[in-house]
Design a protein around this ligand. Structure first.
Ligand code: URA
Length: 255
């Protein structure tokens, strides 16, 4: 059986999985796999794409990392869809923009501002990057049940971590004029957070007739500073994974 080129997976190897967690970081794949079942096994690891296969309530579920940003995420979603996956749940980290979005909270994205390039090669920019309503419903129910502080709404999804998210702690220490004041403006528009993959993932899923969703743990508070807080990183990741796994449990039985 032929493998998809980048992920190094084939249809038989993924055991009929129709649902996948798609974290950005390959290092997060074991933690999600362990939260599924103790027998989750590694299938492949090529470049930024690391995959494990586990089970939730007897249903096969994949965990495949996307790497950072829309271009690499688009390859992961496309190749997993070629293999038969139909539900995609991004589990990531994020910088909070909203006043009340604190380190350790999770953000459930209903729609993303497409401040990227990759998504425009799957659908024109007028097309909305919206999460699937059933995935949003499952995420909100999971976060509520687990009593994890959560925010539900619009995410700004950028192509760069530094200028695109108006960070001045970069090599140049400056951003182009068009990014100056962007974070305050987004806050005034009720945008909750910054991250780098939801524009591509949600646009692709909506346009291709797949189910897509995104939950991210807050690791930086842009109301305070630009830094990613190390304790926040652990807590944000842990909470996002807990919500994602509980949400997926609600989705696997109707994949
Ligand atoms: N990921 C991002 O894209 N931005 C942040 O501030 C933190 C994580």
């Amino acid at each position: 059986m032929t493998s998809v080129y980048h992920l190094d997976l084939d249809a038989a190897g993924i055991g009929g999985a129709r649902c996948a967690f798609v974290p950005g970081d390959p290092g997060r794949v074991p933690a999600i796999g362990d939260a599924l079942d103790s027998e989750a096994r590694e299938l492949a690891w090529k470049r930024e794409y690391r995959s494990r296969l586990g089970h939730l309530d007897g249903h096969p579920v994949l965990v495949t990392s996307t790497g950072i940003g829309g271009p690499s995420a688009s390859i992961a979603i496309d190749e997993l869809a070629q293999l038969g996956v139909r539900t995609f749940l991004r589990v990531g980290t994020t910088g909070g923009i909203g006043e009340r979005v604190s380190v350790g909270d999770v953000v459930i994205t209903t729609g993303a501002m497409r401040l990227d390039g990759a998504s425009t090669q799957y659908a024109p920019i007028e097309y909305p990057a919206v999460a699937h309503h059933l995935v949003v419903r499952a995420l909100v129910a999971a976060a509520t049940e687990l009593e994890i502080p959560h925010h539900v709404g619009v995410t700004a999804s950028t192509d760069t971590f530094y200028p695109g998210q108006e960070r001045l702690d970069s090599f140049s220490g400056r951003v182009l004029r068009r990014f100056q004041g962007q974070t305050d403006e987004l806050r005034s528009l009720n945008v909750l957070n910054y991250e780098m993959e939801s524009a591509a993932i949600l646009t692709m899923c909506a346009a291709l007739g797949l189910r897509g969703g995104c939950v991210t743990g807050v690791v930086a508070e842009r109301t305070q500073h630009e830094r990613v807080v190390p304790e926040g990183l652990a807590e944000g990741q842990r909470n996002a994974i807990r919500v994602a796994v509980a949400a997926m449990r609600r989705l696997v039985s109707d994949p």
